[in-house]
Design a binder for this molecule. Structure first.
Ligand code: TXA
Ligand code: MG
Length: 327
C-alpha cells in the first residue's frame, strides 16, 4: 500500500496502522465519530482513555484548540517535530469521543516520512493511539502490529522498524505550570531548559487528568521481572536463579551468562538502542509464549531516557522491578 491509498482509506472512514518515529499507530479520521469509535473497539481500549491527534503541519492546530499558550508556543518552536505531544484546551471542532469527554486535547506532529505523507494527504487531523491491543506491549516492528491487530478489518501500511521505540512525551500546557503527563523521548531537563522554569512530573495522575497512566500496561503475557542496578549485582542475582524456561533480556557484556535463552538489547550506556529494542523484545516474549521473562535495565540512571524507560517497565512488569542498587 502507498501513502496515498492509506490516506484514501482514512478519508473513507477506515482504520490504518502506520509507522511513526516512536511506535506504530492505528489511525482514524478525527472528525469521523464512527471511525474513532472503532479504534476503541479494535484495541479493546476503555472509552475513558483519550486519543492523541496527529497533524502534518502546525497550521492545522488552530482549528483544534481554543488558544496556544506561550509555553506551548515555545515548546513547539524548540521541539516539533521531535516526539512531544502537547495538551491544549480543545475547540468545539474536536469530538468528545477523541478526548473521552475531557475539555483538553493532545496534539502531536510526528517526524516520520510515511505518517507525514499520509497526514499531508488527509489534510485533517488523524486520531491515533499506539497500534497494540489495550494493555499489551506497544509495537515498533511491523510484524508485531500485524500480529496483534490482524483480523480486525483494518489496513496496514508497512514501514520497517521505528527508530525511537518509546512513545512521545505528553505535556500539559493548559495550567499555570507545565506538567509532564507521560515521560517519553523528550526529557524533563530538556523541557525545563527550553522554558526556563520548573516542569512538574505527574507521578500519580488521577483518572480525569491522564487516564492512560492508569490503564496502559505494555505487559507481555508471561511474568516479567525487571533487574535494576549495577551490572555485577544483576549478574550475581541471575547466577542464583533457576533460569530454565526463562527468557533473559540482557544489557552489556553477556559472556558471563551461560546456557540460557537470552537476547542482548544494548550496551550498558546505549539507552537509545535499548529503547528501540524494548517493545520488540516484549512482543517476541509473547510470540515465543514465554511464561517467565527477566529483563535487565541499563545502569546509566542519569541518562535522559532513563525515567521514561523505568516508567514503561514498572507498568509492563506490574511493579515487579528489583532494585539491586550499588551503581
Ligand atoms: O508516540 C506516541 O505518542 C504514539 C504514536 C502512535 O503517536 N501514540 C501513543 O498514543 O502513545 P496512546 O494513545 O497509546 O497514548 C496517549 C496517551 C495516553 O496515556 C492518554 O491517556 C494520554 O496520552 N492523553 C491523550 N489525550 C489526553 C488528554 N486530553 N489529557 C490527558 N492525557 C491524554
Ligand atoms: Mg498506547
Amino acid at each position: 500500500m502507498d501513502t496515498q491509498t492509506a490516506a484514501e482509506h482514512l478519508k473513507n472512514g477506515d482504520l490504518v496502522v502506520f509507522p511513526t518515529e516512536t511506535v506504530y499507530g492505528i489511525g482514524a479520521l478525527a472528525s469521523d465519530d464512527a471511525a474513532v469509535r472503532r479504534i476503541f473497539e479494535v484495541k479493546g481500549r476503555p472509552q475513558q482513555n483519550p486519543l492523541i491527534l496527529h497533524i502534518a503541519d502546525r497550521s492545522q492546530l488552530d482549528v483544534l484548540v481554543r488558544e496556544i499558550p506561550e509555553s506551548a508556543q515555545k515548546l513547539m518552536d524548540a521541539f516539533w517535530p521531535v516526539p512531544l505531544t502537547i495538551c491544549f484546551d480543545k475547540s468545539n471542532q474536536v469530538s468528545d469521543l477523541v478526548t473521552a469527554g475531557l475539555p483538553t486535547v493532545c496534539v502531536r506532529n510526528p517526524d516520520h516520512p510515511i505518517v507525514h505523507d499520509i497526514l499531508k494527504e488527509v489534510v485533517e487531523a488523524v486520531a491515533a493511539p499506539s497500534a497494540n491491543l489495550s494493555g499489551k506491549p506497544s509495537t515498533t516492528r511491523f510484524q508485531d502490529a500485524k500480529r496483534q491487530l490482524e483480523d480486525k478489518g483494518v489496513f496496514f501500511m508497512e514501514g520497517g522498524e521505528t527508530t525511537i521505540g518509546l512513545q512521545s512525551t505528553v505535556v500539559d500546557c493548559t495550567g499555570e505550570q507545565v506538567r509532564i503527563l507521560r515521560p517519553g523521548f523528550v526529557s524533563q531537563s530538556q523541557l525545563e531548559e527550553c522554558l526556563c522554569e520548573q516542569v512538574h512530573i505527574e507521578n500519580q495522575p488521577d483518572i480525569v487528568t491522564s487516564p492512560g497512566q492508569l490503564l496502559e500496561h505494555y505487559a507481555p503475557q508471561g511474568e516479567l521481572t525487571v533487574l535494576m542496578g549495577a551490572r555485577e549485582k544483576r549478574r550475581e542475582w541471575l547466577q542464583q536463579q533457576d533460569l530454565t524456561e526463562t527468557l533473559l533480556g540482557l544489557v552489556g557484556d553477556v559472556s558471563d551468562v551461560k546456557d540460557t535463552q537470552s537476547v542482548q538489547l544494548s550496551e550498558e550506556d546505549d539507552l537509545q538502542t535499548y529503547a528501540s529494542h524494548l517493545y520488540g523484545f516484549l512482543n517476541s516474549c509473547d510470540v515465543k509464549g514465554m511464561k517467565k521473562i527477566i529483563l535487565e535495565l541499563p545502569s546509566y540512571t542519569d541518562h535522559d531516557l532513563f525515567p521514561a524507560l523505568l516508567n514503561r517497565l514498572e507498568k509492563a512488569s506490574r511493579g515487579n522491578v528489583l532494585k539491586l542498587h550499588q551503581y
